[in-house]
Design a protein around this ligand. Structure first.
Ligand SMILES: [Fe+2]
Ligand SMILES: [Fe+2]
Length: 320
């Protein structure tokens, strides 16, 4: 009897320890997401919203299966494993440069300041040269006119769609200011033209590469974690969330045969949340209906799973 009682006591203790370890792990994961939020609050909200929508969506899929007399697709372990992948999917953003994550204009602030001061400098010098009789009034006006056109283009460049962006930049890049001593100075540097040439959003291709690298970083960081057997897919699922079914995703350009349902769900949650988020400085939020329409559209391009998009829409998992 004594031996049985002590075995039972050990078993109870073990259960308690396991529960404590699990709670420690889960709270550590949440702390990591909070740490990302300290760098970029919208990323923390993004993950938390995805967890919330994800839980409701998986519950919906289970309920639907039950009501149709099918086996539930997500038992407790499977459900917890996928939700853990959602929590960790953007962990790599802990080590992604904050300046790039928060960039909300094409030019970096220092570049903008440099251009503004160069344009003031050129205009002032043109005025002095004209007063000294070294250039004509028309030449002065041509210089100040160019400076004004560049400054107003910069104002416009981030807030509206500039249809002739490339043509105007080609024109600007040919402009050269001649100093009094004959030194030639471009109105805009090549690096500035490169930043201003971004056709939509605010990141250049190189800056996008750095952003995209967050999934590689997620994979690297998760490779150091010793997941138990029931969480063995977390690393893989989390770090695949930007792969698209037609091979146009990243980082590995996987195709649909290689992308499991769990990742397809994660991708839909990720895109939906990013589109509807109201706390991103660089873009206006879409309504849920607009975001769903967008998901259907990209499903049509073969990027995401159409059947899952329909189920996602049916679930209404983003509603309170
Ligand atoms: Fe991501
Ligand atoms: Fe994400």
């Amino acid at each position: 009897m004594r031996s049985l009682a002590s075995q039972a006591a050990v078993a109870i203790l073990n259960v308690r320890y396991l529960k404590q370890i699990r709670e420690l792990f889960e709270s550590y994961v949440e702390t990591s997401v909070q740490a990302i939020g300290k760098l970029t609050p919208y990323n923390e909200n993004h993950t938390r919203n995805m967890v919330e929508y994800g839980k409701k969506f998986l519950n919906y899929l289970n309920e639907k299966a039950k009501s149709e007399g099918r086996e539930i697709p997500f038992d407790k372990e499977h459900y917890d494993e996928l939700i853990m992948s959602v929590w960790l999917h953007d962990l790599g953003k802990l080590v992604t440069p904050v300046d790039i994550m928060n960039k909300n204009a094409r030019l970096w602030p220092l570049q903008r300041l440099a251009i503004e001061s160069r344009m003031n400098d050129f205009s002032l010098k043109a005025r002095i040269m004209r007063l000294e009789g070294k250039i004509t009034k028309q030449e002065e006006e041509r210089i100040t006119g160019r400076c004004e056109r560049i400054l107003s283009f910069i104002e416009e460049a981030d807030v509206s769609i500039v249809k002739d962006r490339k043509e105007r930049l080609d024109e600007f890049s040919a402009w050269i200011f001649t100093e009094e001593d004959g030194t030639l100075r471009p109105y805009l540097e090549d690096s500035e033209i490169h930043q201003l040439a971004v056709p939509y959003r605010t990141l250049t291709d190189e800056e996008f590469e750095i952003m995209h690298d967050h999934v590689v970083k997620t994979d690297e960081l998760l490779s150091k974690m010793k997941f138990p057997k029931e969480m063995s897919h977390v690393r893989k699922w989390a770090s695949m969330h930007h792969e698209l079914l037609n091979g146009k995703g990243y980082p590995d350009h996987l195709h649909k045969e290689e992308i499991p349902t769990e990742v397809r769900i994660l991708t839909i949650l990720d895109i939906f949340e990013a589109l509807t988020a109201s706390d991103r400085e660089y873009k206006k939020p879409k309504t849920a209906q607009e975001a769903i329409a967008h998901l259907h559209k990209i499903a049509g391009f073969g990027e995401v799973d159409e059947e899952l998009v329909c189920l996602f829409e049916e679930s209404g998992c983003w509603k309170d």
